[in-house]
Ligand binder design. Structure first.
Ligand code: HXC
Length: 542
């Protein structure tokens, strides 16, 4: 201090100058120590462990973050955290960061919180310090109101830490639930994810898996074998294919990790950062009034002929771009994101190419959860309807189609975002009501001239209404009588006009103008004001 305030003679000044230059040349010990520790933490595991990771076809935890985050944007926090556990030699390993990298970054210019489990350190297993790093990041993400993206590659609860690791999972599940519907949560499974650990991804909004390297199961192949005698490998039991097509746990499947991170970025481009924001609009040169001649063909098509609903979605969407969610699961209903006139819209559509587009247990669950996501994040809903009813049979009834089907009704009715429907062809019975019908709270309902709206299909109706008359007829005449009666029924109901006259649909529209009509409807509803009736007390039939 005195150096700064005391007047100095020239000799003294020179001495001081030379001391200062020397100081500049020598890096202070404290700084050296810090740099050494930081480098140690950043280096992670040994070269052998990194090689073992690569040999399994996997990227390292840091490489994964680099694929996801905008270049140079990742800011790590908690790099020096270590486990306090001293049992089973953990302390001797001095694992800096405790097997997970946490921090915040920008993804396509927008902020996001990211954690990435490091399998090369104690198998990415979750101990208390590891869990608390993730929990702290989740708390920060809630405060910063940005999405949380978890990259999971872990042997599960760290066995050496006993119940501490189980409690660590509890802290994460609690935050997953607290953040649900407030900020988007995305899980990327790029390695094992076993035991109760699977429930964090299951509580998040979207789960990504990569073919060949991702596994999820509550009990792995060894336990399955011990408990049931069944021989099954990890990939068949809990690989990407199983969870994308059978269990419905996985929403997106990628062929490689790089492909996976590209898909995550694309999904994020459709999502708002939190439930107070609107999804990001994107200007498009695709004309609003672009005609869709394809839809006219529905008017001449055999009503029983299947077609992939995707063709219609592609034609309606800006630049024909449709990001499908849950592509392999319950294909009778198709869900995903498009833009209409630049604004993000969530699509829920029956798909006649699969089970004739009928509703069943899985498709009701799939659509209901998506609708709830859209509603939480202020994304308007477009419903495209071509549904012959509910899929019949004992398996559906005993599997709980009543309970699961009710979720869809509940989700549509409680949603307060703009809701617009277009009936393309069939809209029968209970499924007509469930698919965002007018009196279930839809805002605007359109139908094409090809629409058929009735309590049930013609043959089913005739069998019930005229069963006595048909039984009394000669056996060789019964088919002809049925056909004639079914035709009469069709003439009455196989059109949208009776429903339009009753006011249950708002307008029958020129098919080729559908894109323009839908865009105008959503524009009109853009600032819709609607309060949920019972946001806190509702009890969805789970
Ligand atoms: C501590 C673990 C670990 C764990 C792996 N490691 N899992 N350490 N706790 N849970 C360590 C290994 O000891 C090994 O350390 C290193 O990570 C790499 O593991 P490997 O077995 O060599 O790798 P690999 O052959 O690829 O097998 C990966 C694996 C296997 C399939 C994940 O490690 C495994 O089965 N782990 C146990 C999985 C499990 O049962 N977890 C508990 C689930 S129950 P060294 O130093 O020897 O190389 C659970 C409950 C959660 O998670 C409840 C939440 C509510």
């Amino acid at each position: 201090m005195s150096e700064l305030i005391e007047p100095q003679n020239n000799e003294k000044k020179e001495q001081n100058e030379s001391k200062k230059t020397k100081k500049h040349r020598e890096t202070p010990q404290k700084l050296l120590k810090f740099r050494e520790i930081a480098a140690q933490a950043a280096a992670g595991a040994s070269a052998e462990r990194i090689k073992a990771q690569k040999d399994k076809g996997k990227l390292t935890a840091r490489e994964r973050i680099n694929y996801l985050a905008d270049e140079g944007s990742f800011q790590e926090i908690g790099a020096l955290i270590e486990s306090r556990c001293t049992d089973f030699g953990i302390k001797d390993k001095h694992i800096k960061g405790d097997g997970v990298i946490t921090g915040f970054a920008r993804i396509n210019g927008r902020k996001a919180a990211i954690f990435s489990q490091d399998f090369t350190q104690l198998g990415g297993s979750l101990g208390l310090a590891h869990a608390r790093k993730i929990a702290n990041l989740m708390d920060l993400a809630l405060k910063a109101e940005c999405p949380v993206i978890g990259i999971l590659d872990s042997g599960g609860a760290r066995i050496q830490e006993g119940v501490d690791s189980l409690d660590g999972y509890g802290e994460i599940f609690y935050r997953n639930t607290k953040s649900s519907g407030v900020i988007p949560q995305i899980s990327i499974i790029v390695g094992p994810c076993a035991g109760g650990a699977v429930y964090s991804p299951a509580l998040t909004d979207f789960v990504f898996m990569v073919k060949g390297i991702s596994n999820m199961f509550v009990t792995g192949p060894a336990v399955v074998k011990a408990a049931t005698g069944e021989n099954i490998d990890a990939e068949t039991l809990g690989g990407a294919k199983a969870h994308a097509s059978k269990s419905g746990v996985c929403h997106f499947v990628a062929n490689s990790e790089q492909d996976c991170y590209r898909q995550v970025k694309e999904l994020l481009s459709f999502l708002p950062s939190n439930s107070c924001e609107k999804a990001p609009a994107l200007a498009s040169s695709d004309p609003i009034e672009r005609k869709i001649p394809l839809l006219e063909r529905l008017c001449e098509m055999d009503p029983k002929k299947p077609y992939r609903i995707h063709h219609i979605i592609w034609w309606l969407a800006d630049d024909h771009r449709f990001l499908e969610v849950h592509q392999e699961f319950a294909k009778n209903v198709v869900i995903g994101f498009i833009r209409l006139g630049g604004e993000v819209v969530g699509v829920v559509a029956n798909n006649p190419a699969h089970m004739a587009g009928a509703l069943d247990i899985d498709s009701s669950d799939k659509a209901a959860r998506f609708i709830r996501f859209l509603n939480n994040f202020n994304i308007p809903i477009l419903t495209l309807i071509d549904v012959p009813g509910y899929w019949p049979g004992t398996a559906q009834e005993h599997g709980g189609i009543i309970r699961h089907g009710a979720k869809l009704l509940y989700a549509y009715a409680e949603a307060t975002v703009p809701k617009v429907s277009l009936i393309l062809r069939k809209a029968y019975g209970g499924a007509y009501i469930a698919m965002n019908s007018k009196y279930m709270g839809s805002d605007m309902n359109f139908a094409l001239p090809s629409a058929e709206i009735a309590v049930m299909g013609p043959m089913g109706a005739v069998e019930i209404l005229y069963s006595k008359q048909i039984k009394e007829a000669k056996p060789e005449e019964q088919a002809a009588i049925k056909a004639k009666l079914a035709q009469e029924y069709s003439d009455k109901f196989a059109s949208p006009y009776q429903t339009a006259a009753a006011g249950s649909i708002d307008e029958v529209i020129e098919p080729s103008e559908s894109r323009m009509k839908l865009i105008e409807a959503f524009k009109f509803l853009k600032d819709k004001k609607s309060r949920p009736y019972s946001s806190k007390k509702g009890n969805i039939p789970l």
